[in-house]
Design a protein around this ligand. Structure first.
Ligand code: NAD
Ligand code: UDP
Length: 314
């Protein structure tokens, strides 16, 4: 297959997903510009790429305009863990909305195609199950998750209006819970929390009674989905759900982690955070049909890879 070498901008490129995406794009032979303000990402995440001539990293906040010449933009900049996006909620809103405006402006000027890393949180605490792209969601406007959910919803609106008004080439994917190596040990998300606690022999903090569900996608599968989406025709703009439809309760997840780590940790209950969605699972029919994509890595296999990673870094 012939490679068309592109200049690709990845915002949030030093974060968990961004660093895997940068790695994959460099391996595919593209020139990659990674932009990050290191709020939740680290230079260490992209350390293996630093000596590659095709790779550049720039410390920049996407709430400020950016001037660069690029062919494609993956807009990932935004903290994704509830613990982090609720730490400075106003900054979260600015990052999502002003970041989208600045990156869409850049795409407009350079005629680049821009992909938005949106989220299953646009569905809020869903009353439809599993969630397909035509479900409009059930989001609490005033709750503590709203800084993330509502600004991500607004960012999607901006993407569609930049297309309608300025004919910008856009793609929107809605990412469901994704996990893997390079999640920050203090990230606060459930998979990293449980694995780190199990490996340290600490209590495993199950929020609520653990009956709430999620469906977890391994990072390599997700990155494959992002790249496939960018490669599709200009007509396929999304939104497209990307996630693994294997749904489990948080109690089951805690039990899997204890078993796979052979840990002696106890599973203890902690209060359920406000507005914590009770169920979440993607309907990925559209991704299957339009992208020929489906996840390849099963939960146990993915958890083992993640456990090996945390075992090495803790
Ligand atoms: P992450 O927190 O590891 O990465 C986010 C990156 O964005 C970090 O490197 C951070 O420093 C950077 N960043 C934050 N604010 C910035 C700003 N103002 N300017 C420049 N950089 C900034 O999270 P992640 O899991 O890698 O998520 C990446 C993207 O994918 C986010 O947009 C998130 O909303 C989306 N997403 C992720 C998941 C998931 O399960 N991982 C699910 C849904 C959506
Ligand atoms: N959760 C938990 N213990 C933890 C962290 C999270 O039980 O230490 C639960 C959380 O309440 C939610 C689910 O795990 O029901 C997923 O949480 P996460 O923060 O990973 O992502 P979310 O899907 O809520 O954005």
């Amino acid at each position: 297959m012939e490679l068309i070498r592109k200049r690709v901008l990845v915002t949030g490129g030093a974060g968990f997903l961004g660093s895997h995406l940068c790695e994959r794009l460099v391996a595919l032979g593209h020139d990659v510009l990674c932009v990050d303000n290191y709020f939740t990402g680290t230079k260490g995440n992209v350390a293996s790429l630093m000596d590659r001539p095709q790779f550049k990293v720039m410390c920049h906040d996407v709430t400020q305009p950016l001037f660069a010449e690029v062919d494609e933009i993956y807009n990932l900049a935004c903290p994704a863990s509830p613990a982090h996006y609720q730490l400075t909620p106003v900054q979260t809103i600015k990052t999502s909305i002003m970041g989208a405006i600045n990156m869409l402006g850049l795409a407009r000027r350079t005629q680049a195609c821009i992909l938005q890393a949106s989220t299953s949180e646009v569905y809020g605490n869903p009353s439809v199950h599993p969630q397909s792209e035509n479900y409009h969601g059930n989001v609490s406007v005033l709750g503590t998750r709203a800084c993330y959910d509502e600004s991500k919803r607004c960012a999607e609106t901006l993407f569609f209006d930049y297309r309608r008004q300025y004919n910008v080439k856009i793609k929107v994917v809605r990412i469901f819970n994704t996990y893997g190596p390079r999640m920050h040990p203090n990230d606060g998300r459930v998979v990293s929390n449980f694995i780190v606690q199990a490996l340290r022999g600490e209590d495993i903090t199950l929020y609520g009674n653990g009956s709430q569900t999620r469906a977890f996608c391994y990072v390599d599968d997700l990155i494959d989905g992002l790249i496939r989406m960018m490669k599709t025709t200009d007509q396929l703009i999304g939104p497209v759900n990307l996630g693994n439809p294997h749904e489990i309760t948080m109690r089951e997840l805690a039990e899997h982690v204890v078993r796979l780590t052979r840990s002696h940790s106890r599973i203890i209950q902690r209060p359920l955070p406000i507005d914590d969605p009770t169920h979440r699972c993607p309907d990925i029919s559209k991704a299957r049909q339009e992208l020929g994509w489906k996840p390849q890595v099963g939960l146990e296999d993915g958890l083992m890879r993640c456990i090996d990673y945390f075992d090495g870094v803790l």
